[in-house]
Design a binder for this molecule. Sequence first.
Ligand code: HEC
Ligand code: HEC
Length: 441
Amino acid sequence: MTLRERRGASIAAIGVIAALSAFALGLDAASTAPSDDRALYTQSELAAIFRLSPLGTPPADPTDGVANDPRAAALGQYLFFDPRFSANGKISCASCHIPARGFTDGRRVAKGMALGTRNTPTIINAAFDEWYFWDGRADSMWAQALQPLENPREFGGDRLVILHAVYGDGPLRNAYAALFGRPPALGEAKRFPAHARPATDPNSPLAKAWAAMAPSDRRAADRMFSNLGKAIEAYERRLVAGGSPFDRYVRALKAGDVAGEEAMPVAAKRGLKLFVGRAHCDLCHSGPLLSDGQFHNLGLPLLLGEAPDPGRAAGMAEVKASIFNGVGPFSDDPRGLAKQKLEFLPTPKSALGKFKTPSLRNVALTAPYMHDGRFASLREVILFYAEGKAASKGRLVGVREKTLSLIPHLSANEQSDLVAFLKELDSAPLPPALTRPPVAP
Ligand code: HEC
Ligand code: HEC
């Protein structure tokens, strides 16, 4: 039990004692005291609500040895906002993960060097996740961070050009060396070409330059590249934010604090009751993130002109094959939980068309919605769920999950109530020092 939970439990215990003593005195609590919102929910709804809050603290990531090092976080924050690593010198992580927009970009699909195919998720509270990307093709935040740097539609870089950029910048190089030791001898142009990376096309100039490097130099380059990801993760791990009106409401509910229960409007309370009750949203949007961290096929019909997206089926294969996964040579804990995570994956076939359940914290800030950004508003998302199977007419990728049929018909008022609830999930603002580029690494 965390300190916060313990405090919640003891406050709840006081509530019970108060209720019992009122009973013992023969008082009718309902007529003498203002009524407590706990009466609005069934026992099981109440238990489900209590599982959604508070947020708590993120789990450790033993695969990243500097995950909790403040110097790594400072370096990572510098890298996160630095556009010099992109092919046009203009794109940084923060171009798409814009702090003022809940670390998203407001676009249907992302745009870096070129237009992408997927919607930009927030990275607030990403430290709680087990898998990264909509298809979970990375199993740690450090491995995730390496991909946009080499993605031709995002930064359009390659690992050697990025390593040279760090090496060529005195303060950056020093910050790197202080954490990870001396970088490879990138000044030796014969050993470390200006551009190189492993690529799917072995005949591409980048792949050829990579293949021409000595295996030990390739290993050293990969090591340095993975270290940059680890520093970025250390920064991202600090982007943790709870403290939403919903969290205040749950705290008040647990304590029987009638005044505190005003933290949320009445429509949002009706929405919450639906969310954990009749509408069964918490079958997947469960736990303090309002996400089970798993992958599901909602039966979103293919959009006109859109190529089928295999989702998790492809992501599973990629994460297993990646040299930067949690069991690989650059992991700081290859035998721990990361190993179990990768060993117990289901078959790819069962995962066709599945995408990660997004956290619903801060969801009002992160429009548009779904992996492909197809819905412009929360109202549209809820309408999709409310229409049930009818909304899945058209060509599907994989099979629509059966559990979705547990969601009943939802009236227009009920849909509005759910939207009202989702709007109470915005977290308290992050400290400004974490949402702007630092002056030095
Ligand atoms: C061009 C826009 C763009 C840039 C630049 C970009 N991202 Fe992203 N980011 C995205 C998109 C789109 C996704 C989802 C892609 C997917 O699932 O295939 C994503 C996913 C993520 C995720 C996973 C979130 C989750 O819930 O699974 C993290 C973490 C992240 N990015 C961090 C970063 C970091 C760190 C950088 C810089 C090194 C970066 N991003 C650069 C657009 C961008
Ligand atoms: C079977 C699991 C499941 C159930 C049940 C479910 N969801 Fe979802 N939800 C998901 C998944 C998976 C996605 C992402 C789907 C995608 O992009 O393909 C999602 C996406 C969303 C989004 C968009 C978030 C974003 O950032 O893009 C919202 C809002 C949402 N769900 C709310 C709800 C509500 C409200 C209910 C109940 C009426 C509900 N969900 C029921 C799994 C589920």
